[in-house]
Design a protein around this ligand. Structure first.
Ligand SMILES: Nc1ncnc2c1ncn2[C@@H]1O[C@H](COP(=O)(O)OP(=O)(O)OP(=O)(O)O)[C@@H](O)[C@H]1O
Ligand SMILES: [Mg+2]
Length: 283
């Protein structure tokens, strides 16, 4: 028996149009059969500590994300939310503790590039699209970034890749702007394009740091719809301060405070937690 909330997602073959792209990380044998998520957990962080010149940004942090889950992370400024994403993506090495993607990929021993290629996509707060290129070219480039030499030699895949780009254009509602120069898009559209640039790489886990900051209400609403539609097929970790947004998407919320998990549960549960009210929501 599996205890995962989404058992069928675990049985799905990993959609990997790039074929052997993941061989590049040296975990190819496993990756070929898909990420090993036997126990229904896609991300495991245990006893993670990070300090910067003696200041503890993360303290004995434990966090588990289930396959196909949409998890929101909240917490006051400086709680360690971005630092946690830095640890997951290999940008920051923890002083100690363990970080696993699936059952077997040890994130603390992989480079940032290897981690990205293994299926973890990250979106930073500020959009980083290539302004001079068209929307389509941005997606094309993002798709190629995640490609090994061997995969790029597989010409027969290019039709599939083009289809995937078309599909993503529709998902992010930019199908009417495919030839438009990215620099001419609105702030929100640039954010969607950047999400699209992650999606063409088919990451299994998406990390999104303050995705709706600076968005209009309508864009925020669309982002909520988009994330809900991405969950199940992907696992999402979303850091946000906008509680309305969090309430509209999350079934499970983790509150970080001073580098540790303070509370976990539904948004209602954590908002009713005295300790949470004290450190954060009641300020
Ligand atoms: N490279 C660094 N060097 C020194 N201190 C750092 C570094 N990165 C983060 N910190 C500190 O670690 C703490 C946690 O920062 P972090 O950016 O992870 O918080 P956060 O929860 O993302 O906050 P916010 O909601 O404001 O984005 C902060 O006190 C920050 O100043
Ligand atoms: Mg942050």
């Amino acid at each position: 028996m599996r205890a995962t909330p989404i058992p069928e997602a675990m049985l799905e073959p990993i959609h990997d149009p790039l074929g052997s792209a993941r061989d590049a990380i040296g975990a190819g044998r496993l990756a070929e059969k898909g990420l090993n998520v036997r126990h229904g957990t896609i991300l495991t962080l245990e006893d993670i500590n990070v300090s910067f010149d003696g200041f503890k940004a993360l303290t004995n942090l434990n966090l588990y994300i289930g396959v196909g889950e949409l998890r929101c992370i909240i917490g006051p400024n400086g709680a360690g939310k971005t630092t946690m994403m830095d640890v997951i993506t290999g940008k920051t090495r923890p002083d100690n503790g363990s970080a696993y993607f699936g059952e077997t990929l040890d994130l603390t021993r992989m480079s940032e590039v290897e981690i990205a290629q293994s299926g973890i996509g990250r979106k930073f707060q500020k959009p980083t699209v290539f302004e001079a290129l068209s929307v389509f070219e941005n997606l094309e480039l993002a798709q190629k970034t995640n490609k090994s030499v061997w995969a790029s030699l597989r010409a027969k895949l290019s039709g599939e890749q083009r289809e995937r780009i078309d599909e993503v254009l529709e998902t992010i509602r930019l199908e009417g702007s495919r030839e438009r120069q990215a620099g001419l898009l609105s702030h929100g559209q640039k954010q969607f394009l950047e999400i699209g640039m992650l999606l063409v790489q088919d990451p299994q886990l998406l990390l999104l740091d303050e995705p709706v900051a600076g968005m209009t209400d309508a864009e925020t609403e669309f982002t909520a719809e988009l994330f809900k539609s991405l969950a199940r097929k992907h696992s999402l970790m979303v850091v946000e301060h906008d509680m309305g947004f969090v309430g509209s998407i999350a079934d499970h919320v983790t509150v970080l405070h001073q580098g540790s998990v303070l509370a976990e549960g539904s948004l209602n549960d954590v908002q009713a937690d005295e300790r949470v009210i004290e450190v954060y929501l009641g300020r």
